[in-house]
Design a protein around this ligand. Structure first.
Ligand SMILES: *Cc1c(COP(=O)(O)O)cnc(C)c1O
Length: 405
């Protein structure tokens, strides 16, 4: 065929992907490592023959890789289907175990992922008392306010490591030592933290920690829950079956996906320092380019205590949903969490920071990632600026709307 060159050159310009907090592409190195476990090494890792043994060895290596990237031991890692399941197991499992043993109170932050908030809500219906801890205007938890919220019956505190909308990093070590001091279990949803900020379950006194494969350049459909052994974090399993994963999560382990999340964790930890520096430069470049054209753009969330790849920007007077729609064929970004993007409600995370409806509904999330280039940053920033300026010129601006942030 003579058309191959033509097909390549006339291919539509692929949209620049700046939604890495929603999901990440699988790293080619991860895909390569996974592939044999779909085909020639297809054994059930729980089978007692050579086929099973080969898969079981790969799962063991993966478990060690996941453990190493958070300072845990392999026996403390439970594979799940994703961070949603890990969070459900941690919160429901702990709430159910401790409810009958004097611990009927759970504290979660207002800006947690929906799956944490909904798991807590489900436990409230079953008799656990839930405190939803407000956050500061920066998005950070006030550790003093958390200390005040802890009471005799508090069994569990669940505070995410990195927020998926605004990228802020919570003071995990302070929260962990406070919880340990009060003999309260500390769970953290670290889906957005692996490879972006150092995590050490020992130094930070973390008892339970959730990971997701597809947020760290691994596959969708796999996650992990770290469950501390000493002092032991106790959980009621949420899935019944053959007793795999130390009876905490029954079901056949998906060996190819385990291999994928294992290597993804390994690469994330290995490359964290240089990748953080690289992304910081790109993020500042993006932010500055936007500010040069739109000086009143507002940065939501703490300016320094945030991961390198995230910006959440408010453009008063320009509707964020419309910005996202207009950028649809050139830049992929989002107004916040993908899980709530079908609703027209402004982000509950931004509301928890104290933003009014107007600014909350005019804020977009920019998520840079491992394969984002400088050229993409420039292109995307320019498209975003155009979209905002166009929208503002079409929309009657209330007096003073642009004057304050
Ligand atoms: C994506 C995400 C989840 C859900 O993870 P899945 O693996 O998609 O179930 C939970 N918490 C945070 C902070 C996330 O970003």
């Amino acid at each position: 065929m003579s058309g191959n060159g033509n097909i390549a050159s006339s291919a539509p310009v692929t949209a620049v992907y700046l939604d890495h907090q929603a999901t990440t592409p699988v790293d080619p190195r991860v895909l390569d490592a996974m592939l044999p476990y779909f085909s020639e090494r297809f054994g059930n890792p729980h089978s007692n023959h050579a086929f099973g043994g080969e898969a079981a060895d790969a799962v063991a290596t993966a478990r060690a890789q996941v453990a190493a990237c958070i300072g845990a031991t392999p026996r403390e890692i439970v594979f799940t289907s994703g961070a949603t399941e890990s969070n459900n197991l941690a919160i429901k499992g702990a709430a159910e175990f401790y409810r009958e043993r004097g611990g009927d109170h759970v504290i979660v932050a207002a800006t947690e992922h929906k799956c944490v908030l909904e798991s807590a809500r489900a436990m409230a219906a079953a008799g656990t008392r839930i405190t939803i801890l407000p956050v500061q205007p920066t998005g950070l938890v006030d550790v003093g306010a958390l200390a005040d919220a802890i009471e005799d019956g508090t069994a569990l505190v669940s505070i995410m490591a990195v927020n998926n909308e605004i990228g802020v990093i919570q003071p995990l070590a302070e929260i962990g030592s406070l919880c340990r001091q009060h003999n309260v279990m500390f769970h953290t949803d670290a889906a957005q933290a692996i490879g972006k900020t150092p995590i050490d379950v020992e130094a930070m006194n973390i008892d339970l920690l959730s990971i997701s494969g597809h947020k760290i350049y691994g596959p969708m459909g796999i996650g992990a829950l770290y469950v501390r052994r000493r002092p032991r974090a106790r959980l009621v399993p949420q899935i019944s079956g053959g007793g795999q994963e130390r009876a905490l999560r029954s079901g056949t382990l998906p060996a190819p996906l385990c291999v994928g999340i294992g290597l993804a964790c390994d690469l994330a930890a290995d490359e964290m320092a240089p990748e953080t520096s690289r992304l910081m430069v790109l993020r500042e470049r993006f932010h500055q380019r936007v500010l040069d054209a739109i000086p009143d753009a507002v940065l939501n969330g703490h300016a320094e205590r945030r991961v390198a790849g995230n910006l959440n920007l408010g453009f008063q007077g320009a509707d964020a949903e419309t910005i996202v729609e207009r950028l649809d064929d050139s830049v992929a970004l989002s107004t916040g969490s993908a899980c709530t993007s079908s609703s027209v409600e402004p982000s509950y995370v931004l509301r928890a920071l104290g933003l009014g409806d107007a600014l909350a509904s005019s804020s977009v999330r920019v998520g840079l990632g491992r394969f984002t280039t400088e050229a993409e940053v420039d292109f995307a920033a320019d498209r975003l600026v155009e979209a905002v300026q166009q929208l503002r010129s079409e929309t009657p601006q209330p007096t003073g709307a642009l004057a304050h942030a």
